[in-house]
Design a protein around this ligand. Structure first.
Ligand SMILES: O=C(O)/C=C/C(=O)CC(=O)CC(=O)O
Ligand SMILES: [Ca+2]
Ligand SMILES: [Mg+2]
Length: 422
């Protein structure tokens, strides 16, 4: 079912041996260049391979008239479904290795097809109609439950029975590199009426997310074992959170303005095919979930995740390290639950994993957890410390997977906090 590219295959163009975008990765993105508008490409080392150029040359196994890759989003291509994704991936591996010589031996086409990444501007990969955020890390849900609610009953009684989630705000999803202003909002005041002001407890959340490719009809469900037919690929995500605004507003309907001012994603969408070599067992579930959430082939991926904080003063420090494999609820279970009522999904829907904390001491995916709600400041190498984010702070999340000689990256997602606009 998955199109795995032989780990020994090499591209005929130069790709640095330590690049996280070898021919075995081929993540999809949307880019533009000074002379030409938005189109789709795959990353290969320091190049973007222009898929619209290959499509126009008739080299990709998609209908000519479809122009799937000459658009400002991946929505139309992703909606075609896994058989087309697999055929395109197999063709790209053949063309980019030279096993199929039609690109390698065509000098004019090579000039059009290989675009240096540094001469390109990246854009959001999808037109995002809906954004859902899950809450699937047991450690994160436990840590936050202790801080926000009851330390003795940190996990709510429903947590081990379903992947909890909320419908987020698609309009404020931004691409990596987009700096945003500290949000204004209602801030809780102990025992009294709230104040209006700039958020004082601005946080990041270490997450991954997946994009829906093939959609579903309203009134139908997607079972966990069919999920891979619908999941196009993964990105890194930072679900910026205003903890003071959130704590006051979330009762009883959940996050609203505290998570609606910016959610950052990485530009390159890494396919499940590329991740397949990094498959590992997912955590054992006890109690067993209801049958509609049971998986024949339950698995996760071994994706190392790191968070770096850079301050306006020039300090730069790794502050957290976690792994996608720790999530209790898998992406197929999240999608199965999301459609369990008959809720339909569409190409370009974005589904966040939830903050990925883990069992190790430094595996905490937010400052809220690391600083125990601001009560234990985090020391930085320049002698400063943080409870929550300050103006000028930049957060960078990176993700990579390794097995033997093979290493692929999800790339990075970065964003900087600008002062509030009151
Ligand atoms: O437990 C809560 O009340 C809220 C937790 C979050 O802020 C989590 C959220 O956005 C979902 C997640 O990232 O896990
Ligand atoms: Ca979140
Ligand atoms: Mg958000």
């Amino acid at each position: 079912m998955f199109e795995i590219i032989d780990p020994s295959l090499r591209a005929f163009v130069e790709v640095a041996p330590d690049s996280g975008f070898p021919i075995q990765n081929l993540p999809y993105g949307i880019f533009s260049t000074p002379g030409q508008g938005m189109r789709a490409g795959v990353a290969l080392g320091g190049w973007i391979v222009d898929l619209h150029a290959l499509e126009r040359a008739g080299l990709l196994p998609v209908a000519d008239e479809a122009r799937l890759f000459g658009q400002g989003s991946l929505n139309a291509y992703a909606a075609t479904g896994r058989p087309t994704w697999a055929a395109v991936r197999a063709r790209l591996a053949a063309l980019l290795s030279g096993q199929d010589p039609r690109l390698r031996d065509d000098a004019d086409l090579r000039v059009r097809a290989f675009v240096p990444m540094e001469q390109s501007t990246l854009h959001l990969p999808f037109e995002i109609a809906s954004y859902t955020d899950f809450y699937s890390s047991e450690e994160h849900a436990t840590n936050v439950g202790k801080l926000f609610r009851d330390p003795a009953n940190a996990l709510s009684p429903n947590w081990k029975h379903m992947p909890i989630g909320y419908n987020g705000r698609a309009s404020s999803v931004v691409l990596s590199g987009h700096d945003f202003h500290r949000p204004m909002g209602q801030l809780p005041v102990a025992g009294g009426a709230p104040a209006w002001g700039a958020c004082r407890q601005l946080d990041f959340e270490l997450e991954t997310a997946f994009f829906i490719g093939r959609g579903s009809e309203l009134g139908t469900r997607i079972g966990p074992d069919q999920a891979a037919e619908h999941i196009f690929g993964m990105v890194l995500m930072n679900d910026w959170s205003a903890r003071d605004i959130q704590r006051w507003e979330y009762v009883p309907l959940g996050p609203f303005q505290g998570k609606a001012f910016a959610t950052s994603i990485s530009p390159w969408v890494v396919t499940l095919d590329a991740l397949e070599p990094f498959r590992v067992d997912a955590p054992v579930q006890d109690p067993a979930p209801l049958p509609y959430l049971r998986e024949q082939d339950r698995h996760a991926y071994d994706i190392e995740l790191t968070v770096e904080l850079a301050t306006a003063g020039g300090a730069r420090a790794p502050i957290a390290r976690s792994n996608f494999r720790h999530l209790y609820w898998t992406m197929p279970q999240q999608l199965a639950h999301h459609t369990s009522s008959g809720c339909n999904v569409r190409a370009g829907d974005l589904m966040g994993s939830g903050t990925i904390s883990g069992p190790a001491g430094d595996a905490m995916g937010s400052l809220l957890e690391m600083t125990r709600n601001g009560s234990q400041p985090l020391a930085l190498p320049d002698g400063s410390s943080r409870t929550f984010l300050e103006d000028g702070d930049e957060v960078v999340i990176r993700g990579e997977a390794r097995r033997g000689e093979l290493r692929i990256e999800l790339g990075s997602v970065r964003g900087r906090v600008l002062p509030a606009r009151d």
